[in-house]
Design a protein around this ligand. Sequence first.
Ligand code: GRF
Length: 193
Amino acid sequence: KNIVILISGGGSNMAAIVRTAQREDWAQRHGAQVAAVISNKGTAGGLVFAKEQGIDTEVLDHKEFASREDFDAALAGVIDRYDTPQAPVLVVLAGFMRILTPGFVERYAGRLVNIHPSLLPAFPGLHTHQRAIDAGCKFAGVTVHQVTAELDHGPILAQAVVPVLLDDTADTLAARVLTQEHLIYPKAIAGLL
Ligand code: GRF
């Protein structure tokens, strides 16, 4: 499989996946590699890391496209360069802050996954940590799921739970959740290869 990872920012989840895929045993057992990292933001910090690791990087600035459909078509064009019968792509969204069109989601159905920083179906959308704190949740967490046309609602592949502490802020909770993200995303991806 050729894993193509889509990012918009720091890419810490992408980095965790890359580091896992670089391990000898992982590559042998799964016969997969991270083939490319694509970002909709030229300033995404994760691009520097990917380049340092010798991984193809591409930037598609969504502001340069007339419509969401045009952007998604260009994105599919880049992804399909890495999609071959011998090594079909697995498209991994990791901190990718774009809503994808139903056409794009259909095209990659079953091989398109995302990580969302809440225990779905609770708190789809943004600002998940503050919302969990405001709701008085005692636990929060992260979900890895298949992507469907409905935002943050696809079949759940993996979850991890963390406690919400009384003095938590969105930032302290986010940091606790992020640690779990870096553990469960590589594992969930391995399960799909
Ligand atoms: C993380 O909270 C992740 O759950 C969400 O984007 C945030 C940043 O991820 N999808 P990363 O550090 O860019 O991987």
